[in-house]
Design a protein around this ligand. Structure first.
Ligand code: AMP
Length: 113
């Protein structure tokens, strides 16, 4: 856990969110600035700055995040969805704690802007 990390604070329950799911390792909550009718984030409670910080020991955790994202999409009536994970500012990362975006409920463009 990083003291000043926004998503660590959310994982610790210090900042209120619209939570969809929580267990010992993960939290899923709706994005505060949704970019689609359905837009939520799945984060590990463990602080990982982003994809580049994933160690071999974290790989099962990242797999659980992907599986939870798909399951929560289905449970919220989203059959077709997009996963997005940003690494670095040029890619659009603004919060430096790993998070899986799950977006659905509208047609998506390809390639992304
Ligand atoms: P990224 O740009 O990939 O780092 O994504 C960070 C995401 O976190 C953005 O989509 C923000 O809207 C979202 N976000 C930031 N603060 C909060 C918050 N307090 N609750 C929910 N989502 C947040």
């Amino acid at each position: 856990m990083a003291e000043d990390c926004l998503f660590c604070k959310i994982a610790r329950g210090e900042i209120p969110v619209d939570k969809l799911y929580e267990d010992d390792d993960l939290v899923a909550f709706r994005d505060i600035a949704p970019q689609a009718p359905q837009h939520f984030l799945v984060i590990p409670k463990k602080h990982l700055a982003g994809p580049n910080a994933i160690a071999v020991e974290d790989e099962p955790l990242i797999g659980r995040i992907m599986a939870a994202g798909a399951r929560l999409a289905r449970e919220n009536g989203v059959e077709s969805f997009r996963f997005v994970v940003n690494e670095g500012e040029e890619a659009g990362q603004t919060v430096f704690h790993f998070h899986l975006h799950v977006l659905g409920g509208r047609a998506m463009d390809w390639p992304p802007g």
